[in-house]
Design a protein around this ligand. Structure first.
Ligand code: ADP
Length: 668
C-alpha cells in the first residue's frame, strides 16, 4: 500500500529502486544459478569419465578372469588327455570334481569312453560292449519259437538267469521276461525286469540293462492298463534319460524319449533339458569333425564356439588320432563360474558384464546398452572366444540424472539464491518504507508550514491595520481583535498539537489518569467545538444516553481526541454542514461515535490513515489543509486508555469514527 502510494506518486524513484533491486539481488542470483549449472556440468563430465575408467578397468579384469577360467579348463583337459588309458577314469573323474560343472568327454576311435561332470544326454557313438555269444541262448529260443510253448524256454532261461557272468544273466532275463509275458504271467515278467534293472550298465544287444528293464516293465503296465504305475515308471525313466544316466547313442535316446513322452503324454522339454541337448549336439559336431579330418592330425587343440538353436557353447578340445577329449562350456558355466567370481567387482565398480560372439550375437547377459555406456574387449584383441562387454549399471547418472554430490551442490546454491532473493526483497521493502516515510515527512513539513502561514498572514495584516490606526470605528476594531484572538488560539492549538505529537512520537507522553464522567467530558468538548463550528455554519448534534459509569482518563488528551474527530468531520464535509455525536454505554465500555456525511474514505485507506503523516488522496485532491498526525495521535491516546478506535466509511457517503473506552473499574 505504502509502496503503491509511493510508486503512484514518484515513478522515477520506483524505477531507480527497481534497478537497484535487480543490480543487488537478481544479478547475483542469476550469477549463482549459472555457477551452479557450470559446476553440475563439470561434475557430470567428471563422473562420466570416472564411470568410463571403472568400466575399462572392469573390462580388463573380466577378460583376464575369463582367460583364467578357460585356461584352467584347458589344463584339466590336457591332464585327462595325457592320462594313460588305465588311469583315464580316475584322472577324468578327479578333474570332473574340480571342474565345477564343466563337462569333459573322452572319446576313443569307437566312441565315448568316459565323461566327467554333468553327463550328456546322448553321445555321438557308444563302443559296443562284449556280449555273450547268441549261441548260448539258441536252445531256449528254439523252445520258445518252435516248441509247444514258453514253459520249456522259461525253464532253460531260468538256469541261465543265475549264471555268474552278468552279461549272460542280463541276456537271459530279457528273454525270460518276454516268455513270461507271452505265457500271461505278468507278475513274473515284471519281476524279471526288476532283476534286469539291477544289472544297470550291462549291455544287451548294445543297450544298457538299466534302460531295457523300465522300458519293458512300462510296456507290460501299458498292456495291463495300470496307468498310475505306468506313469511313475515312465517318469523315473524320463529322469534317468534327462540326467544322461546311461551311455546312449542319439537314436536310442530319441526312441526312449519318444516312448516316455507317449506314456507321460507330455511333449514339453524344459530349459535345462534343452541346455543338455545342446551340449550333446555340440559334442556330436566336434566328434564328427574329428572323424572327418582331425583324426589324421597328431595332437591338435581347439577352441570353438558352436551354436545349437539359440544357445552358444564353447568347445575346448585336445585330440590325437587315438583320442579326443572335449570340454563343453555353456552359459551356465559362465554364469556360475565366471560371473559369480566377478560379483564383488561388479558391485564395487557399478558394472555388469555381457558376452557376444565374433558376429555380435549375445552369448551371455544383455549387451544392448548404448555404446557410450560400454567398454568392449573384442575377441580378436583378447584372443578369447567371445567379446567381453563391461556395461555401466544404470544408477541414474549419465542418463540425465544427478549424483548425490551434484544434488547437494545444487541445493546449496539454490538455498543461497533464495537467501539472496529473500534478503534483497526485505532490503528493498525496508528502503521503500524509509523512502515513503521521508516523502511523508517532507509533505508534513510543507503542510505544517502552510497551516502556520494562513493565521500568521491574517494576524500580520490585522496588526498592521491596527498599528497604523487605519481602523475607523471601535466596533470594527473589536472585531479585528476577536479575529486576532481566534487566529492566535488556532496557532496555539496547532503548536500544542505538534508539541504533543512530538512527545508522543518520542514516547515521552505523560498521562494523568483520573476518574471522569464521560458524558460531561463529551458535552464540554462538543459545546466548545459548537462555538467554533457555528461560525462557519456547521451544526453538531449530540445524542447521549444517561447514567453512564465513570471512566479513568486523562481529560486533556481525551478531549483532544474528540476535538480532532469533530474537526475532521467538519473539515472533510464541505457540502453537508451537519455532524452527529453519539454517546452510549455498551456492556462495560463507553462508546463515542462521530458521524458525518462528508467525502468518506476508500477502503484501502481506512487502516493507513491511522499512521503518522498519512493523508487521504481525496483530502489532498480537495486541497483541504491538514498535517496527517491527528488520527495517529488519537489512536495512541485511545490505546493508552485501554480502548480502541475504528472507522466505517464509504466514499461519497460519509464516515463514522468509533471510540470505545473501558469503564473505570476495568481501566488498566
Ligand atoms: P489531517 O486531517 O490533518 O490530514 P488526520 O490524521 O486527522 O490528518 O487524518 C488523516 C486522513 O484521514 C485525512 O487526511 C483524511 O484523508 C482522512 N480523514 C480523517 N477524518 C476524515 C473524515 N471525517 N472524513 C473523510 N476523511 C477523513
Amino acid at each position: 500500500m505504502l509502496l503503491s502510494m509511493l510508486h503512484g506518486q514518484n515513478p522515477l524513484a520506483s524505477r531507480r529502486l527497481f534497478v537497484l533491486f535487480v543490480a543487488t539481488t537478481l544479478a547475483p542470483a542469476i550469477g549463482l544459478g549459472w555457477l551452479g549449472w557450470r559446476m553440475v556440468e563439470q561434475d557430470r563430465a567428471l563422473e562420466k569419465q570416472r564411470a568410463q575408467e571403472r568400466r575399462d578397468h572392469a573390462a580388463d579384469l573380466g577378460a583376464a578372469a575369463l582367460e583364467r577360467a578357460l585356461a584352467e579348463i584347458e589344463e584339466r583337459l590336457t591332464s585327462v588327455f595325457s592320462a594313460p588309458p588305465a588311469a583315464l577314469n580316475d584322472s577324468a573323474r578327479k578333474s570332473g570334481k574340480l571342474s565345477g560343472g564343466v563337462t569333459i568327454v573322452v572319446f576313443g576311435p569307437q566312441g565315448v569312453l568316459d565323461h566327467t561332470g554333468a553327463a550328456l544326454t546322448y553321445y555321438p557313438a557308444v563302443p559296443p560292449a562284449a556280449e555273450p555269444s547268441p549261441a548260448l541262448f539258441a536252445p531256449a529260443e528254439a523252445l520258445e519259437f518252435q516248441g509247444p510253448g514258453p514253459a520249456g524256454a522259461i525253464r532253460a532261461l531260468n538256469e541261465l538267469a543265475h549264471a555268474k557272468d552278468p552279461a549272460i544273466r542280463a541276456g537271459a532275463l530279457v528273454r525270460l521276461a518276454r516268455n513270461y509275458r507271452k505265457s500271461g504271467d505278468f507278475p513274473r515278467a515284471l519281476a524279471a525286469f526288476r532283476n534286469l534293472g539291477a544289472l544297470a550298465d550291462t549291455q544287451v544287444n548294445g543297450l544298457p540293462a538299466g534302460l531295457l528293464a523300465p522300458q519293458g516293465s512300462a510296456l507290460i503296465l501299458e498292456a495291463l492298463r495300470q496307468h498310475e504305475d505306468l506313469k511313475s515308471q515312465a517318469s523315473l525313466l524320463d529322469a534317468d534319460l534327462r540326467n544322461g544316466r546311461w551311455l546312449l547313442t542319439r537314436a536310442s535316446y530319441e526312441f526312449a524319449k519318444e516312448q516316455t513322452r507317449r506314456w507321460l503324454s507330455n511333449g514339453v522339454s524344459d530349459s535345462e533339458e534343452r541346455d543338455r541337448l545342446a551340449l550333446a549336439e555340440a559334442a556330436e559336431s566336434v566328434w564328427k569333425e574329428w572323424q572327418a579330418a582331425a583324426r589324421a592330425e597328431p595332437n591338435t587343440r581347439g577352441r570353438r564356439t558352436l551354436w545349437t538353436g539359440d544357445q552358444s557353447l564353447l568347445a575346448l578340445s585336445r585330440s590325437s588320432p587315438g583320442r579326443l577329449v572335449v570340454s563343453l562350456v555353456g552359459p551356465q558355466f559362465l554364469q556360475r563360474e565366471w560371473l559369480a567370481g566377478l560379483r564383488s567387482l561388479r558391485a564395487a565398480q557399478h558394472v555388469d558384464f555381457a558376452l557376444t560372439d565374433a558376429e555380435g550375437r549375445p552369448v551371455l547377459g544383455h549387451p544392448e546398452a548404448p555404446v557410450s555406456r560400454q567398454s568392449v574387449r573384442t575377441a580378436s584383441a583378447t584372443r578369447l572366444p567371445w567379446t567381453v562387454h563391461a556395461i555401466s549399471v544404470e544408477d541414474g547418472f549419465g542418463s540425465g540424472g544427478m549424483s548425490g554430490r551434484s544434488q547437494m551442490l545444487l541445493a546449496g546454491i539454490a538455498m543461497m539464491a533464495v537467501l539472496v532473493l529473500g534478503g534483497g526483497y526485505l532490503v528493498n521493502r525496508a528502503i521503500s518504507r524509509e523512502v515513503t516515510v521521508a516523502k511523508l515527512q517532507a509533505d508534513f513539513v510543507a503542510a505544517v508550514s502552510h497551516e502556520f502561514r494562513t493565521p500568521l498572514t491574517t494576524m500580520r495584516q490585522l496588526s498592521e491595520l491596527l498599528v497604523q490606526d487605519r481602523v475607523s470605528t471601535d466596533d470594527r476594531r473589536r472585531q479585528f481583535y476577536q479575529v486576532l484572538l481566534r487566529e492566535s488560539d488556532r496557532l496555539h492549538r496547532l503548536v500544542e498539537g505538534l508539541l504533543n505529537f512530538g512527545r508522543m512520537d518520542a514516547g515521552e507522553m505523560q498521562y494523568r489518569f483520573e476518574p471522569l464522567d464521560p458524558a460531561a467530558l463529551v458535552r464540554d468538548v462538543v459545546a466548545e467545538f459548537r462555538q467554533e463550528a457555528s461560525k462557519t455554519g456547521y451544526q453538531i448534534e449530540l445524542q447521549e444516553s444517561g447514567g453512564l459509569p465513570p471512566i479513568r482518563a486523562d481529560r486533556e488528551s481525551l478531549a483532544r481526541v474528540f476535538w480532532n474527530l469533530l474537526d475532521n468531520a467538519v473539515k472533510y464535509s464541505p457540502e453537508h454542514h451537519m455532524v452527529w455525536v453519539e454517546l452510549a454505554g455498551i456492556g462495560k465500555r463507553i462508546m463515542v461515535r462521530v458521524r458525518d456525511r462528508g467525502l468518506g474514505i476508500p477502503p484501502e485507506e481506512q487502516t493507513e490513515i491511522f499512521r503518522k503523516f498519512v493523508r487521504g488522496a481525496a483530502s489532498r485532491a480537495a486541497a483541504i489543509q491538514g498535517t496527517g498526525v491527528g488520527l495517529a495521535m488519537a489512536r495512541q491516546i485511545v490505546e493508552a486508555h485501554g480502548g480502541e478506535i475504528s472507522v466505517e466509511s464509504k466514499p461519497g457517503e460519509g464516515s463514522v469514527f468509533t471510540v470505545l473506552l473501558p469503564c473505570a473499574e476495568q481501566t488498566v
